[in-house]
Design a protein around this ligand. Structure first.
Ligand code: MEV
Length: 426
C-alpha cells in the first residue's frame, strides 16, 4: 500500500484550486501536467464548476466543421467535435456527392418523449391497467401542472399507454406518459411529471411504484432520412453493389450491425458533442431502436435503383434539445447552433439524421472499395508526424514517406523528423 487514500471527505466542498492541489499530490503530477489540467480552454471555470461535481480542470477536443451539407434544401456547415481522425473529412466528402438530387431529405417527428412509471405488487395487473387508463385525463392534468411553461408553448403530456409486462419477479404494470417536450431534450420535464403522477397511481391501484423515469428508447421521437447517390459520382455500379452488399450484411448480422451503426453514430455523436447534447441518451436510443424487433440490426439501409444508382434510408430516435442542459450553459454549444442557424430541436434532429446517414455512406463506400485504413492512415500519419515534432511542410513530408513505406509508426516519424531537421540545419 502506498499510503495514499482516495477517501477525501468533503472533496466536493473544496474550491477548484484546492481540489486540483489534492489531485496533483495524489498523482504526483509535474508542473506542466498541472498547468495543462488547470486550463479550462473556452469554458468558463465557474460554469464548469457548476456543470458537474468535483471539477479540477478542463479538457479540450478539436471543433471542426463538415462542409457541403445540403439538407431539406438548406445549406449547412455542420460543427463536429470528435477525437477520431477521418470522420469530418468522410462526412464532408459524402455530403458532396449527396447534393446532386437536391441533397439529403430528413424529417423528424414531433418531440414526443416517454416517461415510464413502474408499478408492482398489484393483485390483478390487467385490472390495474384499466384503472390507470380510466384516470388518463387526471394523470395528464397532474403531469401538465408540473410544467406550465411547456404547456403554454403547446407541449406537455398528451397521451398515455399502459403495458403489463412479465418479469422474473412477477408481472408489472408500466405506465407510459407521452410528453411533447418541444425544443428540449426532455428528461427533466418528463422525470418531474412521472414523479408527480406516481403517488396517484399507487393510490388508485393499491400497488407500489418504484421507478419513475424517461425511457431512452424514444420511439415516438424519430428522424427519417433518405438520400440518392448517383453511381457515376462514386466510381460506378460496382461500388453501388458493394455498398448494397455491406448493407445487407449489416441487416442480417448483429456483429456487423454493431459496427455499421457505430459508423452512423460517429457522425451523430460528433454533432451531439459540438452542440452539448446528452450523447449517452442518443447512443442508448439508437442501439435499443436497432433491436426493437427482437434482434439487433442496421439502422440504415442501402438499395440499388432500377437505373443502377444508390438510395439510402434511415430511421432512428433523435432526442436532442436546443434549450436547457449543456446547450444552454456552454458557449461553444450555442456557437455551434448558430453556425447551423438551427432554431428548433426538430431541425437539429434532422441535421443529425442527415450527418449519420452521410457518415454511414462514407464508411461503407470506403469499406466496399479501398478499405478504411488508407484514409485513416493518412491522418494518423500526420498526427504522428506532429507528435514527433514536425511543423509546417514537414508534417506532410514525413507523413507521405511513412505511408509510402507502409511504416506508420511513432518511432519512424521521430527518425524522419530528426533526419529532416538535421539536414535543414546543415
Ligand atoms: C470506424 O470508426 C467506423 C467504421 O468501422 C464504420 C463501419 O464499419 O461501417 C468504419
Amino acid at each position: 500500500m502506498s499510503g495514499k487514500s482516495s477517501r477525501i471527505p468533503k472533496f466536493y466542498k473544496l474550491s477548484i484550486e484546492e481540489r486540483l492541489r489534492k489531485v496533483i499530490e495524489f498523482a504526483e503530477l509535474n508542473e506542466d501536467e498541472s498547468k495543462l489540467l488547470a486550463n479550462f480552454g473556452n469554458l468558463d471555470r465557474k460554469i464548469a464548476d457548476v456543470m458537474i461535481e468535483n471539477v479540477v480542470g478542463g479538457m479540450t477536443y478539436p471543433f471542426a466543421v463538415a462542409t457541403n451539407f445540403l439538407i431539406n434544401g438548406r445549406e449547412y456547415l455542420v460543427p463536429m467535435v470528435i477525437e477520431e481522425s477521418s470522420v469530418v473529412a468522410a462526412a464532408s466528402n459524402a455530403a458532396r456527392v449527396m447534393r446532386r438530387d437536391g441533397g439529403i431529405r430528413s424529417i423528424a417527428t414531433e418531440s414526443i418523449m416517454i416517461g415510464q412509471i413502474q408499478l408492482v405488487d398489484v393483485e390483478n395487473p390487467f385490472y390495474a391497467k384499466q384503472i390507470i387508463i380510466d384516470h388518463k385525463d387526471e394523470i395528464i392534468k397532474i403531469a401538465n401542472e408540473q410544467d406550465p411553461i411547456l404547456v403554454k408553448l403547446g407541449g406537455g403530456a398528451k397521451d398515455l399507454e399502459v403495458r403489463v409486462i412479465d418479469t422474473r419477479i412477477g408481472p408489472m404494470v408500466v405506465t407510459h406518459l407521452h410528453v411533447d417536450v418541444k425544443d428540449a431534450m426532455g428528461a427533466n420535464a418528463v422525470n418531474t411529471m412521472t414523479e408527480a403522477v406516481a403517488p396517484y397511481i399507487e393510490d388508485w391501484t393499491g400497488g407500489r411504484v418504484y421507478l419513475r423515469i424517461i425511457t431512452n428508447l424514444a420511439d415516438k421521437r424519430l428522424v427519417r432520412t433518405r438520400v440518392k447517390v448517383y453511381a457515376d459520382d462514386i466510381g460506378g455500379e460496382e461500388v453501388v453493389d458493394g455498398i448494397v452488399a455491406a448493407s445487407a450484411f449489416a441487416e442480417a448480422d448483429p456483429y456487423r450491425a454493431a459496427t455499421h451503426n457505430k459508423g452512423i453514430m460517429n457522425g451523430i455523436i460528433a454533432v451531439a458533442l459540438a452542440t452539448g447534447q446528452d450523447h449517452r441518451a442518443l447512443e442508448a436510443g439508437a442501439h435499443s431502436y436497432a433491436a426493437k424487433d427482437g434482434w439487433y440490426t442496421a439502422l440504415s439501409r442501402w438499395d440499388k435503383t432500377p437505373d443502377g444508382n444508390l438510395v439510402g434510408t434511415m430511421e432512428m430516435p433523435m432526442a436532442v434539445g436546443i434549450i436547457g442542459g449543456a446547450v444552454k450553459v456552454h458557449p461553444i454549444a450555442r456557437i455551434a447552433l448558430k453556425i447551423m442557424g438551427v432554431t428548433t430541436a426538430k431541425e437539429l434532429a434532422e441535421i443529425m439524421g442527415a450527418v449519420g446517414l452521410a457518415q454511414n455512406f462514407a464508411a461503407l463506400r470506403a469499406l466496399a472499395t479501398e478499405g478504411i485504413q488508407r484514409g485513416h492512415m493518412k491522418l494518423h500519419a500526420r498526427n504522428l508526424a506532429v507528435m514527433a515534432g514536425a511543423t509546417g511542410e514537414l508534417i506532410d513530408k514525413v507523413a507521405s514517406i511513412m505511408i509510402k513505406e507502409r511504416r506508420i509508426r511513432f518511432d519512424r516519424a521521430k527518425e524522419l523528423v530528426e533526419q529532416f531537421t538535421k539536414t535543414r540545419k546543415l
